[in-house]
Write a protein of this length. Structure first.
Length: 256
């Protein structure tokens, strides 16, 4: 039978052979993995990058690259960090100063008085059941598609054509309404955005020739609409924001 002194001498040796400091155990790896997922990543998201600059400074940098090119586009690139169960990030907003890279062609499915209202509001193509056939045959080009509730059952026949393109009118998207004139005006002046598979929103927000306050206001409007997509108020929904132009670099913004 070992004495107490002998037992005491064996304990440090036994522990050192079971746990080697140079070779991490499976448990220690798991702890490290958890700390990286929940600790380090969230910490990085909450701290601005040291090279990021205020929004107005970013605009000044891009303007310097685009001297003599006032029609060049200012683009916003927003990296989102959605939580579990987050639906697709998309939406529309009216910019304080209207901007569009190209004229927006609005098609409206409506009949009777509603068709006249849509035409008066500036819709490019208006029609009823006959227009459904033309769209199905690929004979009409358009960027946005609206409809009155009464036309929705007829438009449903081409849902498989419009749906994958994001053009199918739906009540949830706000593209189906009896207030068709107001809807046409909104569609003509609004900026649509949609996140890609990497949860990054790319959107043109202004011309480089716009004044700095106008660009700041347009960026703020788009950012507000993007953040409105968040279903979880905990944490930061937006992780990083970059501003770029046609010929300029991507500048990380600290305060967008």
């Amino acid at each position: 039978m070992l004495s107490r002194a002998a037992v005491a001498r064996t304990r440090p040796f036994a522990l050192s052979t079971l746990v080697s400091p140079s070779k991490p155990t499976l448990a220690s790896k798991a702890v490290a993995c958890v700390s990286l997922r929940h600790g380090s990543s969230s910490k990085k998201r909450s701290e601005p990058h040291p090279n990021s600059v205020p929004l107005e400074k970013a605009i000044s940098i891009l303007k310097a690259y685009e001297v003599g090119q006032p029609q060049q586009t200012v683009e916003l690139h927003v990296h989102c960090a959605p939580g579990k169960g987050q639906p697709p990030i998309r939406g529309s907003c009216v910019l304080p100063r209207a901007y569009s890279s190209a004229p927006i062609r609005v098609l409206v499915f409506a009949e009777g008085e509603k068709a006249a209202e849509a035409t008066g509001a500036g819709a490019d193509v208006v029609g009823g059941e006959e227009l459904v056939t033309l769209v199905a045959d690929g004979k009409v080009e358009f960027d946005k598609c609206l409809a009155t509730p009464g036309m929705l059952p007829k438009v449903a026949r081409i849902a498989r054509l419009l749906g994958p393109k994001g053009l199918m009118p739906t009540i949830n998207k706000g593209t189906v309404s009896n207030e068709i004139a107001e809807l046409v005006k909104f569609s003509k002046n609004s900026q649509d955005f949609r996140a890609d598979k990497a949860n990054i929103v790319h959107a043109g927000v202004a011309r480089i020739g716009f004044s700095s306050p106008d660009i700041v206001a347009n960026v703020a409007a788009v950012m507000e609409s993007i953040r409105a997509n968040a279903i979880d108020s905990r944490g930061r929904f937006v992780s990083r924001v970059y501003l770029s132009s046609t010929r300029g670099p991507g500048v990380q913004v600290a305060d967008a």
